[in-house]
Write a protein that binds this ligand. Structure first.
Ligand code: NAD
Length: 354
């Protein structure tokens, strides 16, 4: 298993450093994994004048999976758009054909107080949003600005999905459900949108090959409401790019803590880019304050979704649960009575729990 490691900027190197500690500990137990690091984002720009240097892209292409920290920071804010660190993320997703974004939202029992919802609504939450990442109204053509007949300015975009695009994301949704509680909810706006009519039709067709998974459909407005009304009804949600963008942020807030949320972006052959859902947190970079658990949990997703090594993924997740149960907390999830630790100590605690 070949892993390209792109630590990036801000807290990226600190949090990725902890994930590597965990992988090296597993390697000592027999996990066969090769790691190679390369500059990316602002670090890529500093080293080679490009947020996604050629050599970094080559490494990422040759690898089976990519582990990213985060990119960006005030130092790079004044650069032209093409050289901004965030362009590195967009380009690598495109270059690697990563069309499926998987974002779990899990609320650990010890952190139930961090959620803005009442414990009786949210405790035990464990859902996953599968969002299509490369199509929909964000990329559909034509798009643009024009003047209408009466001279008023208009802006327009095109919501568009082709059958193969829907089919492949639906397939990922069913596969994700198979690895979990075997329930898939497809979210659309079929009562209003032609795109959604086709979406629902194709998802139903794909469902015929996955009879073990219980498939349901929900309108996006209802899904937004159900996520705060009764979020535990969901196992896996599959949806398009724009609806997924909004619903995945909503779902992540149910857990209250951005430092705990991993993510995966997959291609058609389960090659994946794994990264925490948060950014580079320049305000706390280099201070040993960042929570590394989202990045550590991203490596668990990598072992499960790219390498199909569920038992190793489970060991990492169990170790994270264990350190939380022991009371270890970084500053972002600290509360009275818990054991406040820094980034590096949290990494050590997870390794000890393994
Ligand atoms: P952010 O997620 O970096 O930070 C938001 C807040 O959450 C900050 O207060 C930060 O300290 C805190 N936070 C984030 N991760 C944390 C962690 N692991 N532990 C503890 N606290 C944590 O979002 P932002 O401030 O809007 O953006 C900062 C930079 O990150 C910008 O340059 C932005 O473009 C970039 N960014 C990158 C990615 C990515 O690499 N995929 C994603 C989002 C933002």
């Amino acid at each position: 298993m070949k892993l390209a490691v792109l630590a990036g900027d801000g807290i990226g190197p600190e949090i990725v450093g902890q994930a590597l500690k965990v992988l090296r500990a597993l390697a000592q137990d027999g996990l066969k994994i090769e790691l190679e690091e390369a500059p990316f984002g602002g670090a890529g720009f500093d080293a080679h004048g490009d947020p996604l240097p050629e050599a970094t892209l080559k490494l990422a292409r040759a690898a089976d999976a990519v582990l990213c920290g985060a990119v960006g920071g005030p130092k790079y804010d004044a650069l032209p758009r093409a050289q901004r660190p965030e362009q590195g993320i967009l380009r690598i997703r495109k270059e690697l054909g990563l069309f499926a974004n998987l974002r779990p939202a899990v609320l650990y029992p010890e952190l139930v107080g961090a959620s803005t919802l009442k414990p009786e609504i949210v405790s035990g939450l464990d859902l996953m949003i599968v969002r299509e990442l490369t199509g929909d109204i964000y990329f559909g053509e034509p798009r643009g600005r024009r003047q209408n007949a009466s001279g008023a300015r208009e802006g327009f975009d095109t919501m568009l999905y082709s059958e193969p695009e829907i089919r492949r994301i639906a397939e990922i949704g069913f596969q994700a459900a198979m690895k979990r509680r075997k329930k898939l909810c497809s979210v659309d706006k079929e009562n209003v949108l032609e795109t959604s009519r086709l979406w629902r039709e194709v998802v139903n067709e794909v469902g015929k090959n996955h009879r073990e998974v219980e498939l349901s459909h929900m309108y996006v407005d209802n899904a937004a409401m159900q996520l705060v009304r009764n979020p535990r009804q969901f196992d896996v949600i599959v949806t398009g790019n724009m609806f997924g963008d909004i619903l995945s942020d909503e779902a992540s807030m149910l857990t209250g803590s951005i430092g705990m949320l991993p993510s995966a972006s997959l291609d058609a052959r389960s090659k994946g880019l794994y990264e925490p859902s948060h950014g580079s947190a320049p305000d706390i970079a280099g201070k040993n304050l960042a929570n590394p658990l989202a990045t550590i949990l991203s490596t668990a997703m990598m072992l499960r979704y790219t390498f199909s090594k569920d038992e190793w993924a489970y060991r990492i997740e169990a170790a994270v649960k264990d350190v939380l149960a022991q009371g270890y907390r970084t500053a972002d999830i600290h509360e009275a009575g818990s054991r406040k630790v820094g980034t590096s100590e949290m990494g050590d605690a997870v390794v000890a729990a393994l």
